[in-house]
Design a protein around this ligand. Structure first.
Ligand code: PLP
Length: 403
């Protein structure tokens, strides 16, 4: 059996090495490293794949989120709703623009924004300064977009989807199946190498069906100019490199295969784990919602605490992680802290308690998840024998204890 890796970028690259080499060579030959023709070609191809009107490349996924909020014309002090259980970038850009991140909780089984948990109590503190919501499609599954759109409509909020982990996932909205990132006002994605569609460095994109927003986004990403050296808006310098666009255009042709490989690995994990009878008492395998496909950017377990570790003041999740590591199995904790426990947000972010003194523990799911999640290796080259080995190791962990 080959060494088990959390992600296997080289394995993926080896399958398409020649096409990537020639794509890169053609950029070098043209030497149009910035705003070369491959950027436009890739933007158009991705827009066609997603069924979106506009895709605008930019420097990375974090920039995409920042540019989206800038394009929506929010004013300093405006509030933006954001889940507490996400990668920091989602909320960082809100704070960076002197907007106020208002954190809400996520569903504890899907890790995402939903009607029952997240939106349930937000009516009570959304006011005229609340201008936008940034749902995240975490780990490859979409947040509950129909409920989010209804909520946003009711409160006149803009919707910016963070689909950095869910490019290629589809969500049912009304009678349509739409790609993640094409449902709200703007979708923001990342081409960080390990994402569903990854490049060989940094890259990102914004997705929108709104012509006027697309125009503003293009300007903001390019120093606020439409005509060279004529700056109408304050913008930034955030471009998708031509070389990265050329690489992405090759890999886009394989995105469906990559997604199938991830889904196959995930289905295999779940089948094996569910067949192991006592496991359900200890571990939750990822829940699949009926309104969204799951592209398994991560395969994330919830590891419950057992008496055995609790009595020693330890976390079962951490003990399992160490046990797997000893057997040569990498695993990761996405994310060990919710936003509410990040030092940088202590004096910046708000939560339900800040508006309703009687509310308490409004982010308890996010806090629980940070202490109990464990992501197993999942990538496009993961082999069945490797999955079998990982599952056997997990079984051994639970069988070696007093079941
Ligand atoms: C990766 C990621 C980002 C940021 O993307 P970068 O390209 O690394 O800047 C934002 N949000 C989420 C949820 C991510 O996973």
């Amino acid at each position: 059996m080959e060494e088990i890796k959390m992600v296997d970028l080289l394995g993926q690259h080896n399958q398409i090495r020649q096409d990537i080499d020639s794509a890169i060579k053609s950029v070098i030959d043209s030497s149009a490293f910035i705003r070369g023709k491959q950027v436009k070609t890739f933007e158009e191809n991705l827009a066609r794949y997603l069924g979106a009107k506009h895709v605008i490349g930019c420097g990375n996924g974090t920039d995409a989120l920042q540019i989206a909020l800038m394009a929506l014309g929010l004013e300093p002090g405006d509030k933006v709703l954001v889940p507490a259980f996400t990668y920091v970038a989602t909320a960082e850009v809100i704070a960076l623009l002197h907007l106020v991140p208002v954190m809400y909780d996520v569903n504890p089984r899907t890790f995402n924004t939903d009607a029952q948990v997240s939106l349930e109590y937000m009516d009570e503190f959304v006011d005229e300064r609340t201008r936008a919501i940034v749902p995240v499609h975490l780990f490859g599954q979409c947040s509950q977009m129909d409920a989010i759109l209804e909520f946003a409509h009711r409160h006149n909020l803009k919707v910016v989807e963070d689909c950095a982990q869910a490019l290629g996932s589809k969500c049912t909205v009304g009678d349509k199946e739409l790609f993640a990132g094409t449902i709200g006002d703007i979708g923001c994605t990342s081409f960080f190498p390990t994402k569903n569609l990854g490049c060989m460095g940094d890259g990102g994109a914004l997705i929108t069906n709104d012509d006027a927003l697309a125009e503003r986004i293009k300007m903001i990403a390019n120093h606020g100019q439409k005509v060279k050296y004529h700056h109408d808006l304050i913008g930034c310098n955030s471009r998708l490199d031509t070389i990265q666009a050329a690489v992405l255009d090759v890999k886009l042709r394989h995105l469906d295969e990559y997604i199938s490989a991830r889904r196959k690995a995930a289905a295999s994990y779940t089948r094996h784990l569910k067949a192991f009878d006592p496991l359900e008492r200890y571990v939750c395998t990822p829940a699949e919602c009926d309104f969204t496909t799951h592209t398994y950017h991560q395969y994330t377990l919830i590891v419950k605490d057992r008496e055995k570790e609790l009595s020693q003041d330890k976390s079962t999740r951490d003990v399992l992680k160490a046990f797997l590591a000893e057997k040569g199995i990498p695993s990761m904790i996405y994310y060990p802290l919710p936003l509410s426990r990040q030092a940088a947000f202590q004096n910046i972010a708000k939560k339900r308690e800040d508006f309703n003194p009687e509310a308490e523990d409004s982010l308890h799911n996010s806090e629980f998840l940070a202490d109990h999640v464990l992501s197993l290796p999942v990538h496009t080259c993961l082999q069945e024998d490797q999955i079998g080995y990982i599952v056997e190791a997990i079984k051994e962990f639970y069988l070696s204890a007093n079941l």
